[in-house]
Design a protein around this ligand. Sequence first.
Ligand SMILES: Cc1cc2nc3c(=O)[nH]c(=O)nc-3n(C[C@H](O)[C@H](O)[C@H](O)COP(=O)(O)OP(=O)(O)OC[C@H]3O[C@@H](n4cnc5c(N)ncnc54)[C@H](O)[C@@H]3O)c2cc1C
Length: 392
Amino acid sequence: MKPDLFEAPDYYNIDDLLTEEHKLIREAARAWVKRDVSPIIEEAAQNAEFPKSIIPGLAEIGAFGPYIPEQYGGAGLDQISYGLIMQEIERGDSGVRSTASVQSSLVMYPIWKYGTEAQRNKYLPKLAAGEWMGSFGLTEPDHGSNPAGMVTNFKDKGDHYLLNGAKLWISNSPFCDVAVVWAKNEEGRIHGLIVERGMEGFSTPETHNKWSLRASATGELIFQDVKVPKENLLPNKSGLGAPLGCLDSARYGIAWGAIGAAMDCYDTALRYSKERIQFGKPIGAFQLQQKKLAEMITEITKAQLLALRLGQLKNEDKATSAQISMAKRNNVDMALKIAREARQMLGGMGITGEYPIMRHMMNLESVITYEGTHDIHLLITGLDVTGFNAFK
Ligand SMILES: Cc1cc2nc3c(=O)[nH]c(=O)nc-3n(C[C@H](O)[C@H](O)[C@H](O)COP(=O)(O)OP(=O)(O)OC[C@H]3O[C@@H](n4cnc5c(N)ncnc54)[C@H](O)[C@@H]3O)c2cc1C
């Protein structure tokens, strides 16, 4: 892969709206991605391996629990800092950002928000340090967009719960130390349980042959009569709203992360358009190529403004789930379209691993599907503005 020459676009001087702390945090993440992610990520993706060597670096830049209070090992940052960190990591690779999103918003967040003080003290510092890695089990083989239909269940056996079922498409599953698993109790109510590697009957087979998010490990979580200690139940929230609360936090991070992938594609295509000569001039001098670049920077700028405003609302605890859906849907779609256009601008070179574009493009096919598909988020906006539920 070519050296990482990334220069971030800021067409509307959005930096002026950030604090010095925001910029320092972003620069630290950006420098780390350039130094530790860019040189290894292409090979990791080609080999379909999650590069575990970057776990300590992710912890160091605050990617594990950016907004979790410092008393639990988190970075204690605001929501805009969290977004900027996700943007920079996904500028490197959506798979690496997925690992950070799962750890922060889908594992640490529910333990912090719905867990006991003992659970917070036991798990959060180790997860923040990257000493333990987590996964989040909601999706099942027969229940993806409709998680309320889940069949994974647990029964009260007096001194423990007995957990049975299976989860599919679980990021980090093959190497996770702990899993936050959503399952129904005997009354059919959804609860979160913390399952630890080593519990008898718990296995995590890897899903192979992915063309997308190849540098992120994906797999199953299988529970066959797993005895889960009672103290591992998250007691402070139940029902579908509990996992959906985690998804709100992760989707918010994705809305920022997708901007990073889009920026990398735009920046690569812009540089290439100035260097590649055809018909005696740089391809960037042709109107058709300029149209692509002009539309890319316009869409990136709009996405930046959307994410920043959403971050302000999140900081004030005012962002609604529907607002988060809109930003996730818009920004991922924007990034995927930019990746496809940028790939064409590089001609044949665009399909090689010399440049990051094709990897971003394939990664974004997962990002547009997970954490609520593109169409599901549209239905959420439709429901929000009309009051009519078009899901069923
Ligand atoms: C790489 C990867 C990593 C993932 N990581 C995790 C993870 O860590 N944890 C986790 O729990 N899950 C994870 N997922 C699962 C992901 O969230 C689901 O794939 C997603 O929610 C869609 O579910 P599904 O694949 O079963 O598709 P389905 O729900 O079967 O949907 C198929 C199609 O039907 C459409 N559709 C469904 N219902 C409706 C409707 N009512 N109206 C109109 N259209 C509809 C969908 O939009 C989609 O286009 C991951 C997925 C991938 C690909």
